[in-house]
Design a protein around this ligand. Structure first.
Ligand code: ADP
Ligand code: MG
Length: 610
């Protein structure tokens, strides 16, 4: 090409630039991300070429940002592969321009305009958002190609000429408009590089000062990274988060490309999950720290990076939601997380149990909200048991099988030390610990999914094994009354009437005169209510059953007194038995405790003063 050549791009869309400029005003910063990522692409391409071809000019790759405050010029220069004159015409005048045109069209058709801004890469043409003139000076790595200067003031009228340029690569000069002086500032530029380009795999300098970290650990071969590399990377990304529990390195080539590192944070509060733990990248360029479209909600407690080069992450969020690839990616991540957990479960159970406290909340939440995760994890959910170990449901079945156990007994922390547990333990039975709010939902969920799994709270019904079925205690007296009905009569006359049902059974253990049973259904309702802070919680527990042990000597004495010389004393003793049972069940409130104390004191005084 001899002299200057002038041209004009598609007249129809001539005035999109002033419009784009106005629309994107609040997101102007992205022009820098676009230009620097183009420069980085140019270097990456040249690195690949360098594997097979020879070329001059060395290979110390770098990107340089410089500016001249007086002339109001900002330059972005790389020593990548450069462009020939034909390439400038093709890539800048046609391809880059059509990208900008597409954007304008899509923008006009998008309902939620606020979403698209900042997420759509305008590419090279975004430079016109901040400039009154843009020039490209470029020289291809190919031998014998003239250097080229492309210049435009409007984005549509351009001129191309050959120039003297000896160094390989591309230099973009932005003649900043009157509203964009903020970019003539080293700190501002460094800040933007840190935000968007920190992990581009090439050194970036702002006025000669290194501005990025490079080293995107997620793009390295996992086997080449040491545990310390992962640790350092975590503390670099999340400086005040302490150490992570463990990580998963995602590295997929097919059917989509995906790389990333997900860390399991050590939670200091139960639900401290941070929303912005996962940073999304597109080819090493930071896009967003909101990965909600790609990551199911239960995994948002994870921290780390995800890089998806083929997904147009910079397009609108609503577009992402409908992309079938997004669902595939999300499923892949769920599967990888489950695989990793199961691997630990199988190969390092001790570590799995050690981490359980930190990961159980999100595992349970995942099991409740995601069917695929449920399928993978259901046999790897572990519960603390009354033997101070952990069991899965099937391990619990296995251990309690020969005792004809058809239920999974569960208890909360307090109930673990209760009379109910003593009764179970005396028969060699175990219970699992169910102690957080999410657990009530989990149990419900597991029962729904597995009709033959039945969870039962230790205080809702006594295990058959605790009862003495062979006992012949239910004798009939002269008046043809069974012992059970006589005991029932005694207790019904001694107890406050509302809500309490009396049931007589023979327990194998004679040491327990009575226990309170709270219907399973009622307990679950109560639990749900307490989640919503309902006040009638305690009063629901007033409706319960008192199970009286006909084999207890105390019960026998009460009946004897009741039917003999001192019916009043028998009733008072029955009341004491009921009170003791209430105490064990921990369902008395303060007022009831003081009434109980008063009542019992009087009763004891009465006994010992005669
Ligand atoms: P995209 O990067 O998505 O292809 P852009 O509008 O950012 O779209 O750039 C259009 C094209 O211009 C690029 O694909 C590339 O071929 C060319 N290009 C832009 N900047 C450079 C550069 N610094 N060096 C070499 N080629 C470049
Ligand atoms: Mg680009």
């Amino acid at each position: 090409m001899q002299a200057e050549e002038k041209g004009k791009i598609n007249v129809e869309t001539e005035n999109i630039f002033p419009i784009i400029k106005k629309w994107l005003y609040s997101e102007k910063d992205i022009f820098l991300r676009e230009l620097v990522s183009n420069a980085s692409d140019a270097i990456t391409k040249l690195k690949k070429i360098a594997l097979s071809e020879e070329f001059e000019g060395g290979n110390e790759y770098r990107i340089d940002l410089d500016f001249d405050v007086d002339k109001r010029i900002l330059t972005i220069e790389d020593n990548g592969l450069g462009m020939t004159v034909e390439e400038v015409k093709k890539y800048i005048n046609q391809i880059a321009f059509s990208g900008a045109t597409d954007f304008a069209k899509q923008y006009q058709n998008t309902e939620n305009k606020a979403e698209i801004i900042g997420h759509f890469g305008l590419g090279f043409y975004s430079s016109f958002m901040v400039s009154k003139q843009v020039t490209i000076e470029t020289k291809s790595y190919k031998a014998g190609q003239a250097a080229v200067m492309w210049s435009s003031e409007s984005g549509t009228d351009f001129s191309i000429s050959t120039i003297d340029k000896n160094t390989r690569g591309t230099k973009i000069s932005l003649y900043l408009d009157s509203e964009s002086g903020e970019y003539l500032d080293k700190w501002k530029l460094k800040e933007l590089i840190k935000k968007y380009c920190d992990f581009l795999p090439v050194a970036i300098y702002v006025q000669g000062e290194k501005a990025n970290r490079e080293k995107p650990l997620w793009s390295e071969e996992p086997s080449k990274n040491s545990p310390d590399d992962y640790k350092d990377f975590y503390s670099y990304l999340f400086p005040f988060s302490g150490e992570s529990l463990f990580h998963i390195h995602l590295n997929v080539d097919y059917p989509f490309r995906l790389q990333g590192i997900l860390y399991f944070p050590k939670l200091t509060h139960e639900l401290e999950a941070s929303k912005n733990g996962i940073k999304l990248f597109c080819n090493h360029v930071f896009v967003s720290d909101n990965a909600s479209e790609l990551i199911p909600q239960f995994l948002t407690i994870l921290k780390g990076t995800i890089d998806i080069p083929d997904l147009p992450l910079n397009v609108s969020r609503s577009y992402l939601q409908n992309d079938p690839l997004v669902k595939k990616i999300s499923n892949h991540i769920i599967k990888k997380v489950a695989d990793r957990l199961i691997d630990d479960f199988k190969k390092n159970r001790a570590k799995y149990e050690e981490n359980w406290n930190d990961i159980s909340i999100f595992v349970k939440y995942g099991v409740l909200t995601d069917d695929k995760f449920y399928d993978a994890m259901k046999d790897h959910l572990i519960f603390k048991n009354s033997e101070n170990g952990f069991s899965t449901v099937s391990e619990y079945w296995e251990k309690n099988k020969e005792k004809n156990q058809n239920k999974i007994f569960y208890a909360n922390e307090t109930e673990m030390g209760s009379v109910y547990m003593q009764l179970l333990k005396s028969q060699g039975l175990e219970a699992i610990l169910v102690d957080s709010k999410i657990d009530s939902h989990l149990i419900q969920h597991l029962e729904t999914k597995n009709p033959d799994w039945k969870f039962q709270r230790v205080d809702s019904e006594l295990a058959d094994q605790v009862l003495d079925k062979d006992s012949k205690t239910d004798l009939v007296n002269e008046a043809n009354e069974t012992e059970s009905s006589r005991i029932t009569k005694l207790f019904e006359s001694a107890l406050p009437s509302e809500g309490v049902q009396v049931k007589v059974e023979a327990l194998k253990s004679v040491d327990v005169p009575g226990v309170i049973l709270l219907p399973e259904f009622m307990r679950r309702m109560t639990e749900m209510n307490s989640m919503f802070n309902r006040e009638d919680t305690k009063s629901m527990l007033k409706a319960h059953t008192l199970m009286v042990n006909s084999k207890s000597p105390l019960v026998k004495s009460a009946l004897q007194a009741f039917e003999g010389v001192n019916p009043e004393k028998g009733k008072k003793l029955a009341r004491v038995i009921y009170d003791l049972s209430l105490l064990s069940a921990k369902v008395m409130d303060e007022k009831e405790v003081s009434e109980y104390t008063k009542r019992t004191t009087e009763f004891l005084q009465e006994i010992f003063s005669t």
